[in-house]
Design a protein around this ligand. Structure first.
Ligand code: ANZ
Ligand code: ZN
Length: 801
């Protein structure tokens, strides 16, 4: 009888006692390193099925590499700081630290129950001083190089909750918690100058040949390089610079629009006759978020300043407006309005009856009703009339540069990274404010700056740490006078921008990581995580890696060779499973009921790992039956001789075919089809007990099964008379021999839809499993009932739906 409870407990204990997964503790062998990492989780409670899937995907690959003889680094840790812990703490009245640590305990024991092969000796936790000491060290390094700086910035502010809000926490201009309309506040904030790396972050994407194209495209667009020019308009003897990618439209400018919060706006307000109306408009627009302001849906609004500027090329006088569709932080914060050729400007001009002047003619075809935004032939453009847009852009660029009224300019959409938070539960910013010396860094030897406990952290409008007098009171490292600590904490994405390096040397007390450890393990060979991090974490950690490379601390400037973005687990309504949505199925009870191995097979068999999948427990019965059959067959035949029969018996052929298939499938993250081949091969084994290759095949089967169902594999491995763990054995190799395979047609309602190859005499159940794994078939039978299955041996399978 397959007693999975006893087996799993036994082997989990064995692995732990024998440090099977300890990095570098393996048998002597040629040295090949493999650093595999999953993005670490935020410890919000027990893990759910969606997370479980990601860890099992990673674990399967880690175990496979172990069996292939690699020295595998497979660590785990916790992204422990962050807002939800504070929210939970306020709601439940417990300390964020206590809440976080108890969540970690629950999740860790679930991971152990699942049999994931992490080296727990390398566990990290970002809220421990031993870790955040080095986050602070990183901050100081960046500060030394001028890459961490302080600046006034507008932030979203909820006047009711007394707190800043991230853009994601604002919906339709209201606070996510209390629905009060938000305002914008100008506060001094800390930034990391990621824009200094914009060009490298962009061009080095070409080095990342094993990253998904989709992620690279998202990053390219996010960095948003834009090649244009700045042109100086004249205003009261001063200049107003505008950034444009279309200098060929310069003769069509009929107004200038300035962002409300730009300095230029305050300057113009002083000269304007419409002071009070202007001030009112500025206040209203500050209440809107960037998202609303640049939305295409909302009517663009603005206000005329009653001032004028002069177009330096045409000499024409144009109106100056203040309009909040102009973003303060892009280009110069001023737009030259060309209503005839830009849709937003067109809308704006129509609304306020501003003149519209055509200067680009379509080369062929008719002019549209609205703005004509494509390139074309210049008209009404002085000496440039008659030239096409492309040529005109070059000539106008040359002209303004010669005259000294403009310059070429590269602009990036990427902004500097605002990293300060007016929150308690994060890494304290290691800076001291002295009346005499200004902002002074905490000396390295005084790190860590410890986060004080028992602080009143309910939001009051300023950082909770500001009222922790014991913490704030300090002395200036420079002059020794009484001074104050910075009261902000860092964005948690700072922690995750470098955490992957700490695993390499987690206990080092004198440096964040040693040079030896980096030389041995850097970079990550395989990184597994969600696509939602494409433009956040995955850019930040590239940035910090480049910075540390420039500091001479890393041998290369990209953190990760290969990135795998896994699909999401969805609920029946098509929503992503997540704790915050309230549709999370906890994994603990499921694993307890079915055992780790059956749960693992179920989740891997749900579909290709890079695709989304709907969670159902339907597959669990099949997975459980499969493992029972594995156990029964091998356990009963455990004493059979295992000599290798290198004859091309039918079983030997199938065996070689299966080794090859499973190996290739794991390499391409096609775990579900690998399992399907194992199921098929098992059936063949049941029918081949007389084959001279039978005993040997059982042995190899156990090895092939091991990455997916590690406990039962180790149990059967020792049943077969081997000593030690199967994970210390060597992954089987295959021999290229001709395989007698047949082609099975897959039909739906009698129509041919797909084909697959299988062993001769494949059974109906087997054929059905193989067929429904084919993406095209899976797609057409999704959510539909299969009324009848018709199976013609060695020919076809037909689903009636
Ligand atoms: C005149 C013009 C005429 C423009 C035309 C476009 C089409 P990308 O390509 O994304 O870089 N712009 C400049 N600064 C802006 C700001 N702070 N907020 C909002 N829009 C701004 O876009 C560059 C274009 O975006 C610039 O070129 C400018 O409009 C606008 F037929 O200038 B253009
Ligand atoms: Zn001082």
């Amino acid at each position: 009888m397959y007693n999975y409870q006893a087996i799993e407990k036994k082997w989990q204990t064995f692995w732990e006692e024998n440090s099977i997964y300890k990095v570098g503790a393996g048998l002597p062998r040629p040295y090949k390193k493999y650093y595999i990492l999953e993005m670490y989780p935020y410890p919000s409670g027990d893990l759910h099925i969606g997370q479980f899937r990601n860890y099992v995907i990673g674990d399967t690959r880690a175990r496979f590499k172990m069996l292939q003889g690699y020295d595998v680094m497979y660590p785990f840790g916790w992204d422990a700081f962050g807002l939800p812990a504070e929210e939970a703490a306020i709601k439940r009245g417990i300390e964020p630290k206590k809440w976080t640590l108890s969540n970690i305990d629950v999740s860790r024991s679930t991971l152990k129950l699942m049999g994931i092969s992490y080296d727990w000796d390398r566990e990290i936790n970002t809220c421990e001083p031993a870790f955040y000491k080095w986050t602070q060290w990183l901050f100081l390094k960046l500060f030394e190089r001028g890459l961490a700086y302080r600046k006034e910035a507008y932030v979203n502010w909820c006047p009711h909750c007394n707190t800043t809000l991230a853009n994601e926490q604002v919906g339709a201009g209201r606070c996510w918690r209390c629905a009060t309309p938000i305002t914008r506040r100008e506060l001094t904030q800390w930034f990391f100058k990621i824009t200094a790396y914009a060009d490298r972050l962009l061009s080095d994407l070409d080095k990342l040949t094993e990253w998904p194209e989709r992620v690279k495209t998202l990053q390219r667009n996010w960095i948003g390089k834009s090649d244009g020019i700045e042109i100086d308009f004249l205003y009261n003897g001063d200049k107003i610079s505008v950034f444009t990618t279309r200098p060929d439209t310069i003769y069509g400018v009929t107004f200038i629009a300035v962002a409300p919060e730009s300095e230029l706006t305050s300057k113009i307000i002083k000269c304007s006759k419409r002071k009070s109306e202007l001030i009112k408009y500025v206040e209203t627009s500050l209440r809107r978020t960037d998202i609303e302001r640049s939305s295409n849906i909302r009517d663009k609004d603005g206000i005329f300043t009653s001032e004028y500027a002069i177009n330096p090329l045409s000499g024409e006088r144009v109106q100056i407006w203040v309009a909040d569709y102009v973003l303060p932080s892009y280009g110069t914060g001023v737009v030259m309005g060309v209503p005839a050729h830009d849709s937003r400007d067109f809308e704006f001009a129509m609304r306020y009856k501003i003149p519209i002047k055509k200067v680009i003619q379509p080369p062929y075809g008719e002019e549209p009703n609205g703005a004509y935004t494509e390139p074309g032939i210049l008209v009404n453009s002085g000496p440039f009339s008659g030239i096409d847009s492309q040529e005109a852009i070059l000539r106008i660029k040359a002209y303004v540069e010669k005259k000294g009224i403009g310059r070429s300019k590269l602009n990036y959409r990427l902004k500097d990274w605002l990293i300060s938070r007016q929150r308690y539960w994060g890494t304290p910013i290691p800076m001291i404010h002295c009346n005499k010396c200004g902002v002074v860094p905490v000396p390295y030897k005084d790190l860590p700056v410890r986060l004080p406990e028992r602080v009143d952290f309910t939001p009051k409008g300023k950082s909770p740490l500001a009222s922790a007098t014991e913490f704030i009171k300090s002395s200036c490292p420079n002059c020794g006078k009484v001074a104050e600590r910075d009261s902000d904490t860092m964005d948690t994405f700072v922690d995750s921008s470098w955490y992957y390096l700490r695993y390499l040397d987690p206990k080092n007390e004198t440096e964040p990581f040693s040079q030896t450890s980096v030389k041995t393990w850097f970079p990550i060979d395989e990184y597994i995580g969600g696509i939602e991090h494409a433009t956040g974490h995955l850019i930040y950690f590239r940035f910090i890696t480049k910075f540390l490379y420039d500091e001479g601390l890393l041998p290369q400037d990209e953190p990760c060779i290969r990135l795998f973005t896994h699909g999401m687990i969805m609920d029946r309504n098509g929503n992503v499973m997540s704790k915050s949505r309230g549709n999370a199925v906890p994994v603990g009870p499921f694993v307890k009921r079915w055992g780790a191995d059956t749960s693992r097979i179920t989740i891997l068999f749900i579909g290709p790992p890079d695709k989304d999948a709907v969670w159902t427990e339907a597959g669990v019965a099949g997975a459980s039956r499969f493992l029972k059959r594995v156990y029964n067959l091998i356990h009963e035949n455990r004493n059979i001789p295992k000599i290798v029969q290198k004859e091309a018996t039918p079983l030997y052929r199938s065996l070689n075919y299966t080794i090859k298939k499973v190996t290739k499938d794991i390499e391409t993250f096609s775990h579900n089809t690998a399992i399907a081949s194992l199921m098929e091969f098992l059936n063949k084994l049941y029918k081949s007990k007389e084959d001279p290759c039978f005993g040997y095949s059982l042995q190899v089967f156990v090895q092939l099964l091991a990455p997916f169902a590690p406990h039962i594999a180790d149990e059967l491995w020792s049943d077969l008379g081997n000593t030690g763990s199967v994970f210390k054995s060597k992954w089987p190799e295959w021999e290229e021999i001709e395989e007698e395979k047949i082609t099975i047609l897959v039909e739906i309602n009698g129509k041919l839809r797909a084909k697959f190859t299988a062993f001769c005499d494949i059974e109906e159940e087997e054929a059905r499993l193989q067929a429904i794994q084919i993406p095209k078939i899976a797609e057409s039978i999704k959510n539909r009932e299969i009324k009848k299955t018709i199976f013609v041996k060695n020919k076809l399978i037909n689903f009636v739906i």
